[in-house]
Design a protein. Structure first.
Length: 242
């Protein structure tokens, strides 16, 4: 058996290939502590937040913060209402309010009755969260929908909208779809706005016409009239001075 070479820093060299020497030493204790600690923390975090749901995850904390902002009188935005739709406690409270006030017109599951179906993707007065909120708050007198803002208050109304957002696109059998289909991606493009079309670089101002305008005729040299030769003849006939 060929004895292994020993390096003063690495220790016993077990392998050597193409000039590369490889030793086999124990990993430092601090590295092992960090590694196994990270594994243990990952298992604990997954079990606590994801598997057993013993504590709120980051999404729920974010929704709670948005709700707190609304309670403090913050602005109602699409982002805030969408985050509320992801908060289970707010959705449950909104469903309770919905069942107490909205079932007669919209059905017990939002499938529609004398009022439109809230589970499809079509909306009569706009499908963004803030448009749905404004419709419920201000009402639609022409269709017999009262103003729910003064009746329910902002907090309860926001819970109802959170519930409505959670059930839309579930497409329950009920009243046929009404209004226009709401596409979130198309709405985002509309809000971004289209960029104006700019003329090509180097194009002088006023040259970006769709159709070429006819150029005005350039003035030509005046042609001699018939009176000119006569005037010349008369001038030639005059007597010269002495």
């Amino acid at each position: 058996m060929i004895p292994h070479k020993t390096d003063p820093i690495q220790g016993v060299i077990l392998h050597e290939y193409d000039g590369i020497e490889e030793a086999d030493n124990h990993l430092p204790l601090w590295w092992l502590f960090i590694f196994f600690g990270a594994v243990a923390f990952g298992v604990f975090y997954w079990s606590y937040y994801q598997a057993w749901h013993l504590g709120p995850d980051t999404r729920e904390l974010y929704a709670a913060e948005m709700a707190e902002r609304l309670t403090a009188g913050g602005e109602v935005t699409d982002e805030v209402l969408t985050s509320l739709a992801g908060e289970s406690s707010i959705v449950v409270a909104g469903r309770t309010t919905f069942e107490a006030n909205c079932v007669v017109c919209h059905g017990d599951q939002g499938q529609g009755n004398i009022g439109p179906n809230l589970t499809d993707s079509s909306w009569i007065h706009g499908g963004t969260p803030t448009e749905i909120y404004a419709t419920a708050r201000d009402g639609v007198s022409a269709r017999g929908m009262p103003q729910w803002g003064p009746v329910l208050g902002d907090r309860s109304l926001q819970g109802v909208i959170a519930y409505v957002l959670s059930i839309r696109d579930t497409n329950l059998t009920g009243r046929p779809a009404e209004g226009e289909v709401y596409d979130p991606s198309a709405a985002a493009e509309t809000e971004a706005g289209a960029l104006p079309t700019l003329p090509a670089m180097g194009t002088p101002p006023g040259a970006e016409r769709t159709e070429a305008e006819p150029a005005e005729a350039e003035p030509t040299e005046a042609e001699p009239t018939e009176a000119e030769p006569a005037a010349t003849t008369e001038a030639a006939a005059l007597p010269s001075s002495p």
